[in-house]
Design a protein around this ligand. Sequence first.
Ligand code: CP
Ligand code: NVA
Length: 306
Amino acid sequence: MTRHFISISDTAQKDLERIYELARLRPQGDELAHVGVSLIFEKPSLRTRASSVSAVQQLGGHFCIFTKDEIGLDVRESSEDVARTLAQTSSIVAARVFDHGVFARMMAATEEISFINLLSDYAHPAQAVADVLALADFFGQGDLSSLQGKRVAYVGDATNVTRSLASSLIRLGVHVVVGAPDGYQLSADDVRVITGQAARGGTLTLCDNAPAAAESANALYTDSWISMGLEAEAAQRREDLQAFQVNSELLALADPAVAILHCLPAHRGEEITDQVLDSARSLIWSQVHHRTTAMLGILRWIQEGK
Ligand code: CP
Ligand code: NVA
């Protein structure tokens, strides 16, 4: 059956563990020989675009990039017709989209393509794979079991990144705490899906207070307060989220060896201060490094299923 990588919650744990394993292997240069990969970006991107291109090239595949206006999903033509068209040139379509529901529609339109989600309003699973690899390096020199029993606090707006992070960590036995104000927290449905996949003693706790979330945390994660597409709400969001900034005072409440994570791009002085982002505790460049290893793992896992 054609493999897809659309969200962490849709991916079986054995498949995720295979992706983590494949991510660590040195590329041979021919794993994607003669394989076409279409890369669609409905939203801006630096890390995802760079790491996707790098991974496809390292595996010997060929790619074509389409930006929002070029491809016009559901504007120039239907997403279904885009999928059917790309099936003639590509066997993998990796896409950054506004509406997560587009993936189900494209998958229903053709069985010939594997789809990869490069960020949607709902999920950012490729980022979560990179975050798990960075945390495993930090806690246990790459050993995934070193995450078990750790406390990882996410503070700020609970986003697509938060959802994918919590889904992947709870399966590895992490105590995930999400501190967000009313209206910016994970939904009851998110909690049901995430906790339904808990393993190895992993838990999920929600709170509406940043200091309580950060207390004794082994890792502290935040993301933008104004995700792509929400720019019109910027002023209200800054006001509602200002008590959730990751700064030195919050860091002082965490474990003294706490790791700081951010998916980037960061809005310095907004959701996180320069001092914290650039501190010795920061794993942000390891996260960026693992965006490419994560894509190597995802692409190889897709190809293994063909
Ligand atoms: N973290 C991340 O996805 O970065 P880009 O938006 O730059 O791709
Ligand atoms: N939550 C952010 C993540 C950016 C990588 C967004 O969707 O814009």
